[in-house]
Design a protein around this ligand. Structure first.
Ligand SMILES: *Cc1c(COP(=O)(O)O)cnc(C)c1O
Length: 340
């Protein structure tokens, strides 16, 4: 569905880093990767970390999340977002999706902030999932967190980065991520720290991926365009979030299926593709419906539940070859013909 897109440039970069001897674990590729991604996004500082979850966790800590505070977050996301809030001791508060984009609904967020503050709650941060037109993702707010996990738009196999314009936030996160070591040789500690830095070998991989980011986004956009063409005359199917937002990075392409109109369900299409070894997935099961977060507060309208019920994510990765794309499109076309 979205597998890593790794070629010769990446192999050479990792080998060069290994041969340079910078293994243990920070080094010049980490520094350069931080500079290059911060420049690309348009912020002053990047702190390369071992995962997106680590970036969320430390970002929340330095913004003041902790016991007695509340952090609103999208209910339609991956559990790591909510887990990072819980690690700090703060209370997650789920906000339902905007049905048109799947992002956190800004009107519901405004209501939630108003009500939480009126009740005397401390709200140090909002944990956002997706991004917005005009400005680069990662340049909003006090700090933002990105993930380079294997399924993401660019990867370091595992990794993440905290991005910020605030030098104090960057310094504090870098300090906490390197076991909160005081700058003395004998390992002195005045805070509890974390081992969350990114390895130099993986930063080398990240730099090579960043060099190909636009090309990889281009491949994903082509696949989305092919899906839009394929489904353009199919009543009851909508290519999700594709309407007019050219700033969308097309990480994944999902469809929303109205089974009353199509006569078939997302699960039936998924099974048909699965029989030919083609991977698809439902949209994210909302956090408010996860057993581990039962009882959490929030503002739930049913929008995310509806997206979960109707949605199906299709093969979207930039590593798909032209032949593989053709096979996916042909297989879907065959399903649609059979159901007309
Ligand atoms: C991938 C992802 C994470 C977790 O990032 P990792 O690098 O896997 O720790 C958190 N939140 C969202 C929305 C994500 O997509």
């Amino acid at each position: 569905m979205s597998s890593p897109d790794i070629g010769e440039a990446e192999q050479e970069a990792v080998l060069a880093a290994m041969r340079s001897g910078w293994i243990a674990p920070l080094g010049p590729d980490v520094d350069a990767f931080e500079r290059e991604l911060a420049a690309r996004v348009g912020v002053a500082h990047g702190v390369a970390l071992s995962s997106g979850t680590a970036a969320l966790h430390l970002g929340l800590i330095v913004l003041g999340a902790g016991p007695g505070t509340v952090v609103p977050t999208s209910t339609m996301t991956f559990a790591a977002t909510t887990n990072a809030i819980v690690y700090t001791g703060a209370e997650p508060y789920f906000i339902d999706a905007d049905p048109a984009t799947g992002n956190m609904d800004p009107a519901l967020l405004r209501t939630a902030l108003h009500e939480l503050r009126a009740s005397g709650a401390s709200v140090p941060a909002i944990s956002l999932g997706a991004t917005h037109a005009g400005r680069a993702a990662g340049s909003f707010g006090s700090a933002s967190a990105v993930s380079f996990n294997g399924n993401k738009i660019m990867t370091t196999s595992g990794g993440g980065m905290l991005l910020t314009d605030d030098g104090d936030i960057a310094r504090r996160v870098r300090y906490l991520a390197t076991q909160a070591r005081q700058p003395v040789v004998h390992y002195e500690h005045t805070d509890i720290g974390y081992n969350y830095r990114l390895s130099n070998l993986l930063a080398a991989l990240g730099r090579a991926q960043l060099g190909r980011l636009d090309e990889m986004i281009g491949r994903r956009r082509e696949m989305r365009a092919a899906y839009k063409a394929l489904f353009s005359n199919v009543r009851g199917v909508e290519v999700f979030g594709a309407a007019g937002d050219e700033t969308d990075n097309a990480w994944l392409t999902s469809i929303l299926v109205d089974a009353d109109e199509t006569g078939w369900t997302p699960a039936e299409l998924s099974a048909h593709l699965g029989d030919d070894d083609i991977e698809t997935r439902p949209l994210w099961k909302p956090m408010h419906a996860q057993p581990v977060f039962a009882g959490a507060r929030g503002i739930i309208t049913g929008a995310a539940d509806e997206l979960f019920r109707r949605g199906l994510t299709l093969p979207s990765g930039s590593a798909l070859t032209d032949e593989q794309r053709e096979r996916v499109l042909t297989r879907i076309g065959g399903f649609l013909d059979g159901r007309r």
